[in-house]
Design a protein around this ligand. Structure first.
Ligand SMILES: *[C@@H]1O[C@H](CO)[C@@H](O)[C@H](O)[C@H]1NC(C)=O
Ligand SMILES: *[C@@H]1O[C@H](CO)[C@@H](O)[C@H](O)[C@H]1NC(C)=O
Ligand SMILES: *[C@@H]1O[C@H](CO)[C@@H](O)[C@H](O)[C@H]1NC(C)=O
Ligand SMILES: *[C@@H]1O[C@H](CO)[C@@H](O)[C@H](O)[C@H]1NC(C)=O
Length: 343
């Protein structure tokens, strides 16, 4: 940060310069705005650290491609993880955990929307129940999926709303991939009529009109959502998305679909469940799924409307960098035309 100190020293010298010691309009101006440049530099510091990396990632052509790194699954995995082996005997990701609470579902549904929610996020679940859930339920059943926490009151909540699926393992950020695989395993095993699984976070708003349009998608193993290309591995350890090079050696990720919202076909879910234990685990669930999709030939289809942080023309509204409060999301909903949507 030597340049930052240089800039500050420059401003201090400028301010204390004998010629400026008289209060002149210029000095006042400089004084007034002297914080702007250091402030801008500081707030953009992270962004500018990442920019050269993004540029670098755009030179890694094999990682920008929709084609697998190698045609053979095991060779492909080896290319991603030259120094790590998957350990199928110690992998529980393809086993459906015990179900503690089951939601009430219509007979033989062909689609389902699952909302990933933490046991403690009752305010978010209630915001969704008051807002977009009833609209989306005209199209497909909507349930919340939670794992456990030491002291949750989900059983009581489920008796009231019948819209919670709870698995028996600890709900945590690092267990998110397990939650996703548990959902796919549950749907494949218990709800065999389902052809499409829509997944969202609980800090989202779903536009049912737009969702209906995108659900008419191709057959086969596909995942539809916001496809990210050329993303660098974050090696700054203080950031949430940090991944160590021991875990994932490459500087950049292959294509992956942002985990906050996407649509997965039944064949896609099956492909993920069948292969998940053959790939060394990365704790960022969407990146992990990206690697798995690349090697298993799961097609990723980009749709601009998913994970959209501008409240306009979206399929799923979501702000990636911080969690909007349930109250703020509800006021967005209240001020939009979506609350009057009828299919
Ligand atoms: C358990 O839940 C109750 C009621 O919601 C709360 O008052 C208490 O602090 C919680 N305890 C723990 C350990 O989270
Ligand atoms: C994931 O869940 C398991 C089973 O409940 C638990 O033992 C483990 O500590 C959890 N892992 C993390 C990182 O929270
Ligand atoms: C919802 O989707 C419809 C159909 O795509 C679109 O016309 C409308 O602008 C969307 N609403 C919002 C708030 O994004
Ligand atoms: C949204 O509108 C509903 C009904 O009009 C109202 O009860 C609720 O308080 C509003 N919520 C917010 C956060 O504005």
């Amino acid at each position: 940060m030597r340049w930052l100190r240089t800039i500050i020293r420059y401003f201090v010298q400028l301010l204390l310069h004998p010629k400026l010691l008289l209060i002149s309009p210029l000095r006042l101006l400089v004084l007034l705005f002297s914080w702007v440049i250091p402030y801008l530099i500081f707030t953009n510091y992270l962004e500018s650290c990442l920019l050269p990396l993004r540029a670098l990632c755009y030179t890694q052509r094999d990682l920008l491609s929709t084609k697998p790194l190698a045609p053979d699954f095991d060779t492909c995995v080896k290319k991603f993880f030259p120094n790590r082996e998957a350990d199928p005997s110690n992998c529980e990701l393809d086993v459906v955990p015990d179900v503690l609470i089951r939601p009430t579902l219509p007979d033989q549904p062909t689609r389902i929307l699952v909302i990933r929610s933490g046991p403690g996020s009752l305010d978010y679940r209630n915001f969704i129940r008051r807002t977009w859930k009833k609209h989306v339920e005209q199209l497909l059943p909507v349930i919340f999926v939670c794992a456990t926490s030491r002291n949750d009151t989900l059983r009581h909540e489920a008796e009231q709303y019948n819209d919670i699926l709870q698995f028996n393992f600890e709900d945590s950020y690092h267990n998110l991939s397990w939650k996703m695989m548990a959902i796919y395993g549950f749907v494949l095993g218990q709800l065999p009529t389902i052809q499409q699984i829509v997944v969202t976070n609980d800090d989202t708003i779903v536009n049912v009109t737009a969702l209906e349009q995108v659900l008419h998608m191709r057959d086969g193993p596909v995942m539809l959502g916001k496809v990210s290309r050329g993303y660098p591995r974050i090696f700054l350890p203080w950031l949430t998305w940090h991944v160590h090079s021991d875990m994932y050696p490459n500087l950049c990720y292959p294509l992956f679909v942002q985990g906050s919202s996407f649509v997965l076909s039944k064949e896609g879910a099956k492909l993920l469940v069948d292969n998940v234990c053959k790939v060394p685990m990365v704790h960022l669930d969407d990146v992990f799924m990206g690697v798995l999709s690349n090697c298993a030939n799961l097609r990723l289809i980009h749709n601009e409307g998913f994970d959209k942080h501008i409240f306009d023309d979206f399929v799923v509204y979501h702000y990636q960098y911080s969690r909007h409060s349930a109250n703020y999301l509800e006021s967005l909903w209240n001020s939009s035309h979506l609350k009057t949507t009828k299919l």
